[in-house]
Write a protein that binds this ligand. Sequence first.
Ligand code: SAH
Length: 358
Amino acid sequence: MKADIASLTLPELTEAVTALGLPKYRASQIFRWLHKAGVRDFDEMTDLPLKLRADLSNNFVIFSCDIEKKLCSEYDNTVKYLYRLHDGERIESVVMQYKYGYTVCVSSQVGCRMGCRFCASTLEGVVRNLTPSEILAQIYTAERDLGIRVSHVVMMGMGEPLDNYDNVLRFLRLIADPDGKNISMRHISLSTCGVVPKIYALMEEDLQLTLSVSLHAPTDEIRRAMMPVAKKWDLKALTDACRAYTERTSRRISFEYALVRGVNDSPACAETLAKLLRGMLCHVNLIPVNEVAETGCKESAPETVRRFAEILSGKGFAVTVRRKLGADINAACGQLRRGAAKNDTFSADIGPAQEEKQ
Ligand code: SAH
């Protein structure tokens, strides 16, 4: 089997290249082609001799993403991609434009096995983990397609990043490599549903990334009803891990809280949440839940969201309410892939967005 070249770190690539009898400097050259230029084919490495390109393609493969569908919002510059991988599996990525630059939201797995009740990505379980190169390719493909430079990455697409820990860690080191895209860890967020042992493991890596924790509930009872992962690790275990994480890294944790009408959005929930997080170095991001037909979850009224936010900020918490980007292409995460699996033409519920077929 050919080796997945873009998942190798520079020292590993150097070893692989020298094993083929090539000089070391070729490794840096190839690494830059892969990670700075984001090439999809060895033939694009134009300053390498033809013979070397042929050797490389006999020994290695470059995993890339093919754009199967591209939805462009008419309201803002949000672009949502449905990518097809080399084995025909599909994943989603989103590109968002902010004042400070372009952010890509990447997937870490095909599907997800965490089973959160409100989430479309997990409805059919996990198919497989993504390789580091497949996570990178989501960014490289979008950059090439849009002619942009991405400055920020959020791991908030399909999948649970901490359920694909080793590949995700390797991805993080590759995307931050100065010989590659050189994206600072401070510009990267990783979101987890709360895989407690892996939060401790990540803490030991001492990275400067932002950890987002999908909390979504102030009590174990409500959380267990929303997120099966809460049956494995209760709020005490999760918040202990979060406190340890902030103390060790001095990085503020961002708690995600999707407001679901009548489930977790009462003023009493806000009060209990404030008690749970008291004294922690954190920020609370309230998200009006994205309604996914199969889940039956309903969005909270704007007034309810406002009141919830006020209670928290009244107690001194930093609170934001997530702005809806790309509302017209608002296939909540995982819906595009599901739509494609059901029906390859996928024309339902896209609204007024432009659809560009590749
Ligand atoms: N598995 C990781 C990352 C992927 S989900 C995690 O759970 O954090 C990214 C964020 O979107 C999480 O906070 C998740 O709970 C949230 N999310 C999933 N489905 C949603 C929906 N329908 N509406 C609002 N937020 C949702």
